[in-house]
Ligand binder design. Structure first.
Ligand SMILES: [Zn+2]
Length: 239
């Protein structure tokens, strides 16, 4: 059937050898969500598919939907973030962004916002900026897109302003009364930073200059939150 073949822009989240000469890749596609796709013969040196199946690739793909996998029948590389593989300082950041997307985004619904977020993050990571701060902005925005946005504006219990005790389990802040001795006490500047990073365009991470305490606290907040809800120990270690 003709409609079983389709074209889509996509980002390569994962790429691993399959059998003698193939690669099995995980694609985050604009049109069909996250899919597993086989690139037949991609590990042969002369393969026309070899260029577009590496991790950190943004490309346009022609796919044919088989019973369990999609088969890549054509592709065109748009951007290849090759520096992530060559620079050992950059590699864990690139891997973290791709891996977190792979774990948080599921299903075959179109997901243009998640695709755009990851592509923009890869582009920013390839330039000059505070990489850790970019990762914090990415974590917050991606959890929001995945439907698990942590809550930083007012107490989750009573709605009071100025709440600053974060509960990883409840995914938000509480005032002292409602917290009942539970949770992480945060500097108000850390909460303001979280709110800013969720709401502002991603590129603002280049302009912000938070203090070390705010950065450290926000890193703890997102790490404990992600660990609690998504079982991501292996990925958190990359940060
Ligand atoms: Zn309260």
């Amino acid at each position: 059937m003709a409609e079983r073949s389709y074209k889509t822009d996509a980002l390569v989240l994962n790429s691993r050898p399959l059998g003698e000469a193939d690669r099995l890749i995980t694609l985050l596609t604009w049109e069909k969500g996250k899919i597993a796709a086989v690139a037949r013969g991609a590990r042969k040196t002369k393969s026309r598919l070899a260029a577009g199946v590496d991790l950190f690739t943004y490309g346009h793909y022609l796919l044919h939907q088989g019973r369990s996998f999609a088969i890549i029948t054509g592709q065109e590389v748009k951007e290849h973030f090759i520096r992530f593989r060559e620079d050992p300082d950059l590699y864990p950041y690139g891997l973290f962004l791709a891996g977190l997307t792979d774990r948080l985004i599921a299903g075959t619904e179109p997901c243009p916002a998640s695709c755009r977020l990851l592509l923009d993050s890869w582009r920013l990571l390839d330039g000059e900026l505070d990489r850790d701060l970019l990762c914090r902005a990415f974590e917050l925005k991606l959890t929001d897109l995945a439907g698990h946005r942590p809550h930083f504006e007012g107490c989750l219990g009573c709605g009071a302003g100025g709440a600053h005790i974060f509960s990883p389990r409840q995914g938000g802040v509480f005032c002292r009364q409602c917290a009942g001795g539970d949770g992480m006490e945060l500097d108000p500047g850390s909460i303001a930073l979280a709110v800013r990073l969720i709401g502002a365009p991603l590129a603002q991470a280049r302009m912000l200059r938070p203090g070390p305490r705010q950065k450290r606290e926000l890193a703890q907040v997102t790490a404990t939150f992600l660990r609690y809800h998504f079982d991501l120990d292996d990925l958190i270690k990359l940060r």
